[in-house]
Ligand binder design. Sequence first.
Ligand code: UT7
Length: 325
Amino acid sequence: MTVIRSVVTGTGSYLPERVLTNDELARMVDTSDEWIAQRTGIRQRHIAAEGETTATLATEAARRAMAAAGVTADDIDLIILATATPDNTFPATAVEVQARLGVLRGAAFDMQAVCSGFVYGVTTADSMLRTGLAKRALVIGAETFSRILDWTDRTTCVLFGDGAGAIVLEAQEGQGTTDDRGVLTSHLRSDGRHKEKLYVDGGPSSTGTVGHLRMEGREVFKFAVGAVTDVIEEAFKATGFNGDTIDWFVPHQANRRIIEGSAKKLDIDLSKVVITVDRHGNTSAASIPLAVDAAVKDGRIKKGDVVLLEAMGGGFTWGAVLVRW
Ligand code: UT7
């Protein structure tokens, strides 16, 4: 029996030119390169220039993914843009990207699950492709967190960066086994009781302002390792894969210590873990597609490889997706 699978046919990413180093941050707030590098693994992050927005970053990443997939605007009939930093409260930034790309068919909408947004977006696109609602989707993660940071708060402003990553997902026929290319399984979770540990202190309906990011870092850290292993174990159980038999682990890039802790707990050798947090910082919904694109471009992730994507973020939200490339 044949089934529909959502196959990744192209990846792309875009990073703003401006690089902000730890040493520069140390001149802005009471911090040091040593503290940031030791506690997070971050060395630098990219910051959007004046005139660059989430939509412009997303559009460039999407163009590159479409070029890699060999498709044009006429081939795309679904755009899901994961972001917590939209250009406007409404309309969705995804429709701005749709217009910029010249896509005239299908639907475009934003996905709001903060750092888990890309995993939520891939899962949603996969569901729509498998039910025949669309044939070829762009799933984009794009953020300009620099615009919602409190640049006087050293506990948060050193952690985040801007950027965008995208993939093209295409409905193709599979045999219904784990040898198929495409999304093999997805597991999403959320728990709204943790809202106060990671949130933005403004919004259209509460304060009428955009607000700034607030985080109880230690609390988020504690939750991250446990939650993430939870959904990954579900993904392993659903497919029969384990830490040894997957080819690549591409986790959300928030903190090198969280990534290494999760890998250890799941018996995933560090040589299989894609890490970009040192160069990109935490780019929220953009972090996984940025890391994926880096590993595709440098030849690590290849057709047929089994790739585990995982994220955890504000909400709390978290999730895991297992894909055969
Ligand atoms: O993407 C969404 C998910 N987000 C995350 O996954 C972030 C999760 N949390 C983390 O990555 C870590 O908790 C942080 C990197 C945010 C903080 O690391 P930590 O090891 O948990 O440090 P801490 O919050 O326990 O702070 C230790 C000390 C404190 O000083 P005292 O109270 O011990 O005197 C902080 O005030 O470090 C101080 N501190 C800093 N010092 C220099 C906090 N931020 C800084 C800083 N520079 N930037």
